[in-house]
Design a binder for this molecule. Structure first.
Ligand SMILES: [Cu+2]
Length: 500
C-alpha cells in the first residue's frame, strides 16, 4: 500500500495549519519512487582545523543569522556557525591544545558545548558559560580523547531546543595515530562522510516550524522532512567501494532505526567515544539524539540504495498506550527515507577491512567504589498535560543546585532507571562510559564501546560505569541530562561537580 497521501494528512492534522506539504511527496514518509525525489547533492560542511599559534590550534567560530534554501524557492531563516546553517567540521589531533573563540552575533545569549569531550568544567560550554550578544567566549583545553566523532551544539538552558533546531550544531572529529594506522577510509568527502541527521518542519512560507504545541514539548520536537548536513532529499554519489559514514543524530527528539533499503549488511566500527575493538556486522542501527556511530558500507557498481528509517517495535520507546498514541501522532511510527546513495559504473573492488581495531578503555564492576542512582521522571496526568514534571530523582534542573559530587579519579556506576512512559537518551558530560548492563543483560556488541549518551527505554534500568579524570572544580558543574532537547529544556537535567 502506498504510504503517501493519506498517512501524511493524519500527521498534518495534528501539526496545525499552514504546514508546508510538498505535493506528491509526504515529507518524512517513504515515497513510492524515492529516486525521483532524492536529487539534491549531499552538502558537506567545510573542515576547520584552525591556525597554529603559540603551540595551540586556534579556531574562530561565529554564531550568526542566515538564510538557507532547503526546499528550493522558499528561503528559510536559520542560524549557523561561520555560515547560514550548522557549523564547520572541527578536526583536531589527540594530544593537541586547542583554543576555540566563540563570538555571538545573535541577538540572544547562547553557548557552545563540546559534546563528548573531557575538559575543564569552565570550558565545557554548558548553561553556565553563556556568551552574550556581541561578546566572545574562549574555551581552551587539551584534547585527551582517542580518534572519534564528537559534536558541538548550543546548550543554552530553556533555549537549547530552538537554537539547535535553527542550526547551532556541528561535527567535531578527533584523529590519532592509532586510528590513522588502521587504513580505514579517511578521505573526507570522498570515502569518509559526515551525516548529520535532523528532522525539521516548515511553514508554508519556508520558515522552520518549531515546538509550539504541548504535544511537541512532551514528545520532543519531531519534524516532517529529513535534512542530512542541511540537505533535504539528499543524494550522495558514491566514490569508493568502501565508504565510512560518521552518523550523528543531531535531531531534537527523533530516535532513528536506520537500515538500507536492500537490507545490506554494514559494519559498525565506532560508537560515541571512538573505535570499537572489532567491526560489528549489522543490518540496522538505533541512534537516539546525541548518539554517533561510524559505519563502513560496501557499495557495488550501478546500484542505488536508500538509507531509511524503520519504526522501532516500540515507537519512540513508548511504554504506555497513551504515549504510543502520541508517538504515532508525532510520526514516530512511520517509515521514511533519509537519503539516497548512487554508485557509479566503474567502482573498483572492495578494500580490505581490518579485523581488529583498538582496545577501548574498560572498567569492571568490581573497580567501582560507589553506585549512584538516578530515576527519570515525567509526571503523568494533568501535570503532563501542562508540559511539566520533567526531572531526575523527582527534581527539575536548578542551575544553583549541585546534584552530585564525584571524587576525581573514582570509578563509579551510574544506575539509571527510567520511571516514565517514554525512552530518554541520557548524556553525561566530560566523560566516556561503558554500558555495564541493560536490565541485568550485557549490551549488544555494537554498544560495547565507549559511550557518552545511552538510550534508556521506558521501565528499563541501565547501569553505566565510568571514571571522571583530569579536571576537578568544586564550583563549576558539568551537566547530565536527557538529550531530547525539549525534555532537557523542561528540566530533565542535573549538575555534578568533580572534586578532589
Ligand atoms: Cu527525555
Amino acid at each position: 500500500m502506498p504510504k503517501t497521501r493519506r498517512q501524511f494528512l493524519q500527521l498534518a492534522s495534528t501539526a496545525g495549519i499552514g504546514l508546508l506539504t510538498p505535493l506528491g511527496y509526504t515529507g518524512i514518509v517513504a515515497a513510492d519512487d524515492p529516486t525521483s525525489w532524492f536529487r539534491n547533492p549531499l552538502g558537506l560542511p567545510p573542515v576547520l582545523e584552525g591556525r597554529l599559534h603559540g603551540g595551540e590550534r586556534v579556531i574562530d567560530l561565529s554564531l550568526g543569522y542566515g538564510t538557507s534554501e532547503f526546499l528550493g524557492d522558499r528561503p528559510t531563516p536559520t542560524v549557523g556557525i561561520n555560515g547560514a546553517y550548522l557549523g564547520p567540521v572541527l578536526r583536531v589531533q589527540q594530544g593537541g591544545n586547542i583554543r576555540l573563540n566563540v563570538t555571538n552575533r545573535l541577538s540572544e545569549p547562547s553557548t557552545l558545548h563540546w559534546h563528548g569531550l573531557n575538559l575543564p568544567a569552565t570550558m565545557d560550554g554548558g548553561p553556565h558559560q553563556i556568551v552574550d550578544p556581541g561578546k566572545t567566549w574562549t574555551s581552551a583545553f587539551k584534547v585527551h580523547q582517542a580518534a572519534s566523532t564528537q559534536w558541538y551544539h548550543s546548550h543554552m538552558y530553556h533555549r537549547t531546543g530552538i537554537q539547535v533546531y535553527f542550526g547551532l550544531a556541528g561535527m567535531f572529529i578527533i584523529d590519532d595515530p592509532r586510528g590513522n594506522a588502521l587504513n580505514l577510509p579517511s578521505d573526507y568527502g570522498v570515502d569518509d562522510i559526515p551525516l548529520i541527521l535532523q528532522d525539521r518542519s516548515f511553514n508554508q512560507n519556508g520558515s522552520f516550524r518549531y515546538a509550539s504545541s504541548m504535544h511537541d514539548r512532551m514528545m520532543g520536537m519531531m519534524g516532517q522532512f529529513m535534512l542530512v548536513n542541511g540537505t533535504a532529499f539528499a543524494r550522495f554519489d558514491v566514490k569508493k567501494p568502501l565508504t565510512r559514514l560518521r552518523i550523528l543524530n543531531g535531531s531534537n527528539a527523533r530516535i532513528y532505526n536506520l537500515e538500507f533499503s536492500d537490507r545490506r549488511e554494514f559494519l559498525q566500527i565506532a560508537t560515541d567515544g571512538g573505535l570499537l575493538e572489532a567491526p560489528v556486522p549489522m543490518r540496522n542501527i538505533v541512534l537516539a539524539p546525541g548518539e554517533r556511530a561510524e559505519i563502513l558500507v560496501g557499495f557495488s557498481a550501478e546500484k542505488d540504495v536508500m538509507l531509511r528509517h524503520k519504526p522501532l517495535p516500540r515507537p519512540n520507546g513508548s511504554g504506555s498506550a497513551m504515549m504510543g498514541m502520541m508517538a504515532m501522532m508525532a510520526g514516530a511510527d512511520q517509515p521514511f527515507d533519509v537519503m539516497r546513495f548512487v554508485a557509479p559504473r566503474d567502482l573498483s573492488k572492495l578494500a580490505e577491512i581490518p579485523v581488529r581495531l583498538v582496545e577501548p578503555r574498560n572498567w569492571s564492576a568490581t573497580d567501582a567504589v560507589r553506585t549512584r542512582r538516578f530515576t527519570l521522571n515525567m509526571r503523568m496526568g494533568m501535570g503532563m498535560m501542562q508540559g511539566g514534571g520533567f526531572g531526575i530523582n523527582g527534581r527539575a534542573m536548578d542551575l544553583r543546585r549541585i546534584d552530585a559530587r564525584v571524587p576525581l579519579g573514582d570509578v563509579e556506576i551510574w544506575d539509571i532507571y527510567n520511571d516514565s512512559p517514554m525512552a530518554h537518551p541520557i548524556h553525561i558530560h566530560n566523560t566516556q562510559f561503558r554500558i555495564l548492563d541493560r536490565d541485568g543483560k550485557s549490551p549488544q556488541a555494537n554498544e560495547q564501546g565507549l559511550k557518552d549518551t545511552v538510550l534508556v527505554y521506558s521501565g528499563e534500568r541501565v547501569r553505566v560505569i565510568t571514571q571522571f579524570e583530569n579536571y576537578s572544580d568544586a564550583a563549576a558543574p558539568y551537566m547530565f541530562h536527557c538529550h531530547i532537547l525539549e525534555h532537557e529544556d523542561a528540566g530533565m537535567m542535573g549538575q555534578f561537580v568533580v572534586v578532589t
